[in-house]
Design a protein around this ligand. Structure first.
Ligand SMILES: CC(=O)[C@@H](O)[C@H](O)COP(=O)(O)O
Ligand SMILES: NCC(=O)COP(=O)(O)O
Length: 254
């Protein structure tokens, strides 16, 4: 069974548009879990535009399923610009404090609108190796956010990653425009095969939705998908429990 990890970034984004506590992030985590989510994902960015360090602390204290925290391991601390909101302590400082079940390392710059590329391990392996070693020492499963490039999988394994997360925006784009879907899927399949061959687990995420999951779910060895933006948009129309159930069904092929 492919695990569904619901990303709550966009619930926090709505909340942050006012000085308020609603929509309540932990309450929506519970709604997702009760509807069948296997895991909760968040991506606390230094500007705390959506998920804040305090959200991560609240979720870590209450979750009854796996917690996956994503972010750039080299992101340092940043003072909060909002009254009553804690400073961003630095990504690895947050991981050391909370020790989530999984940590997905993403090479996002602080000013990026969203995640839009994976790591280049030819350039970044030496910097990442000690971070992966620390995650292992903390008992946190590691995952590296990667583009679908088969040749990088052996490097990911050699520096100590437990899993990779395939950056799926290119597949989502192919499905959306109706062009090159099979060729794109084949690139992901070859990358997944290379990851499995190297002993890595295979996660995936970014722009996955109810239209592209029926195909992407067939990826060999896929263990987990993390989905936030499209699922939240669907939840605006159908409600969060129904949206989670719809994504679970899409993953199950039912
Ligand atoms: C790594 C990735 O693709 C997403 O998990 C990321 O969390 C998206 O970030 P935003 O929700 O800030 O667009
Ligand atoms: N790692 C992907 C994720 O957590 C959510 O990405 P998206 O569904 O918001 O694009």
């Amino acid at each position: 069974m492919i695990a569904l990890s619901v990303n709550l970034n966009k619930v926090a984004l709505i909340r942050n548009s006012r000085d308020t506590s609603i929509p309540d992030v932990p309450e929506h985590a519970t709604l997702c879990i009760d509807a069948g989510a296997d895991s909760i994902t968040v991506h606390p960015r230094p500007d705390q535009r959506h998920i804040r360090a305090d959200d991560c602390r609240q979720l870590a204290a209450m979750l009854t399923v796996e917690f996956n925290i994503e972010g750039n391991p080299f992101a340092g601390s940043r003072a909060s610009d909002r009254k009553g909101v804690s400073d961003y302590p630095g990504f690895m400082e947050l991981i050391r404090e909370l020790r989530p079940a999984q940590c997905t390392l993403v090479p996002d710059g602080d000013a990026q609108l969203t995640s839009d590329h994976g790591f280049d391990l030819h350039a970044q392996a030496d910097d990442l190796e000690p971070v992966l070693a620390e995650l292992r020492a903390l008992g946190v499963r590691s995952s590296l956010f990667m583009d679908p490039v088969p040749g990088q999988m052996a490097i990911a394994a050699s520096i100590g990653a437990d899993r990779i997360e395939l950056y799926t925006e290119s597949f989502a784009e192919a499905v959306s425009c109706g062009r090159g879907v099979q060729e794109c899927f084949e690139r992901f399949r070859k990358t997944a095969d290379a990851a499995l061959e190297a002993g890595l687990g295979v996660n995936a995420g970014h722009d996955l939705n109810l239209q592209n999951l029926p195909v992407f779910r067939k990826l060999p060895g896929l263990m987990e998908v993390s989905i936030g933006h499209a699922l939240t948009v669907d939840a605006l129309r159908m409600g969060m429990p129904a949206a989670v159930k719809a994504y679970r069904e899409a993953l199950a092929g039912s």
